[in-house]
Design a protein. Structure first.
Length: 179
């Protein structure tokens, strides 16, 4: 097991979980954050369409998620976005919301091996995302991590976790923002 990875987060801040479907973003969020701090694209799809897997509900679900994000950040609340966020375009409006609220944005990237992600996704049974979509997520994530990648987008910090043991070794510590 790798040594503990202490992830110090300014409070408040925006935490953007980045990774393919099946990478473990929701599990990570549940382990480290209170349920009311997490805005999940799946949960918003379920609210809008009654089915968290209904991709046709994605546009209105993300519109509602972004409204909730802006409201939470304007109130000075630490907020976690649990969505794939594998492209710069996916992350741009999230970063804009953080900047408008004057809070830091931190990316936590779950860049796990393809075989693990595909197996985890398949194990989700009826909630599994089609394999082709997961492979597209993985390819887009790889593109996002090349070159300056996410670090050049405006995140205060980018943490990339590449193995399940690293994910398990994370300990989140909140640091109150003085001001």
């Amino acid at each position: 097991m790798p040594p503990r990875i202490e992830l110090r987060l300014p409070d408040p801040c925006l935490v953007v979980l980045v990774g393919a479907a099946g990478a473990g973003k929701t599990t990570f969020a549940g382990r480290h954050f209170a349920p009311d701090e997490v805005l999940s694209s799946d949960a918003f799809r379920a609210l809008i369409a009654g089915d968290l897997t209904d991709q046709r509900a994605s546009a209105p679900a993300f519109a509602a998620l972004h409204r909730a994000l802006r409201l939470r950040l304007s109130r000075g609340l630490l907020t976690v976005v649990d969505a794939t966020s594998v492209t710069a375009a996916d992350r741009r409006s999230l970063l804009r919301a953080a900047a408008e609220a004057g809070v830091a944005a931190v990316a936590i990237v779950l860049d796990l091996p393809e075989g693990i992600v595909l197996a985890r996704n398949e194990a989700r049974g009826g909630l599994a995302v089609p394999e082709g979509a997961v492979r597209r997520h993985l390819a887009r994530l790889a593109t996002s991590l090349r070159g300056p990648g996410l670090g050049a987008e405006g995140f205060a910090r980018v943490v990339v976790l590449r193995e399940p043991a690293e994910v398990d070794a994370v300990r989140v510590v909140r640091v109150e923002r003085s001001g």
